[in-house]
Design a protein around this ligand. Structure first.
Ligand code: NDP
Length: 254
């Protein structure tokens, strides 16, 4: 058995059409996996698929809004129909809306919880029957530094990302008997579309992140290729319920 070999494995990466998701998808593709890129934007999705194919991977885009349970189920069903199996699910899709806690309408709160937490639950539950039948599966959820720390401008996002860690542990303990490993990755501050806006909105953010991060830089989507391969491959078969920070040391700094 090759520890990091993903040849013949099929992965769904939600939000794999950009940012960290595409960084993870590139890693999985490089290790031999077939990648189903899921997202709402077809144009971004088609671009990502072309890029993954250029790396030598089989890849396809499926349009899905993962805040909708039926679309999560359809995503898994189409993947299994098309490629015959589902080995890896990366619950990466997420979004943020920054304001003071008291400024959110309740509908905005629900939308952020749905996008960042309920989506991971719905896709995982949709994937479970195929993984249970195969007696093997890898689920990778994406948390955040707000899974650990409070921030004054992202209460619903932080509540959701804290929930991702507990969801990860709960699914891990429940599905370990099925040989399904469920882990979370907690990114530090990463240069993507999501944070471009934050750097404009939050004065001094760029420099504060560089100063606070022991590695002395913002993260890049490419920093997530290795952890994705590790958590998707036989190398992590006895790792489950863990949350791994990929943050250049941000969360280790007092
Ligand atoms: P991006 O905005 O670059 O990527 C997010 C992707 O998620 C997009 O490609 C988007 O695709 C997709 N997406 C969003 N909502 C939905 C939805 N409802 N259904 C399907 N797809 C959706 O952000 P990042 O790459 O930065 O973020 C990826 C993950 O990492 C998120 O969970 C984020 O919270 C987390 N994270 C990011 C950090 C950072 O510093 N960048 C730090 C900590 C965590 P589309 O445009 O097609 O909707």
């Amino acid at each position: 058995m090759k520890l990091f070999d993903l040849k013949g494995r099929v992965a769904i990466v939600t939000g794999g059409n950009g940012g960290i998701g595409l960084g993870m998808a590139r890693g999985l593709a490089g290790a031999g996996a077939t990648i189903l890129v899921a997202g709402r934007s077809k144009a971004k999705g088609e671009r990502a698929v072309q890029e993954l194919k250029a790396l030598g991977a089989e890849s396809a885009f499926l349009a899905a809004d993962v805040t909708k349970e039926a679309e999560c189920r359809a995503l898994v069903a189409s993947t299994v129909d098309r490629f015959g199996r589902l080995d890896i699910l990366v619950n990466n899709a997420g979004t943020n809306d920054r304001k003071k806690p008291e400024a959110y309408a309740l509908a905005e709160w629900h939308a952020l919880i749905d996008a960042n937490l309920t989506s991971a639950y719905a896709c995982s539950v949709a994937a479970y029957p195929a993984m249970q039948k195969a007696k093997a599966g890898k689920i990778i959820n994406i948390g955040s530094m707000t899974s650990i720390f409070g921030v004054p401008f992202a209460a619903p996002y932080a509540a959701a990302k804290g929930g991702v860690v507990q969801l990860t542990k709960s699914l891990a303990t429940s599905w370990a008997k099925d040989n399904i490993q469920v882990n979370a990755v907690l990114p530090g501050w990463i240069d993507t579309d999501l944070t471009k806006q934050a750097r404009i909105q939050v004065e001094g953010l760029h420099d504060r992140v560089v100063a606070r991060t022991p590695a002395g830089r913002w993260g890049l989507p490419a920093d997530f290729a290795g952890v994705a391969v590790f958590l998707a491959s036989p190398a992590s078969d006895f790792v489950t319920g863990a949350s791994i920070a990929v943050d250049g040391g941000y969360s280790s700094q007092g």
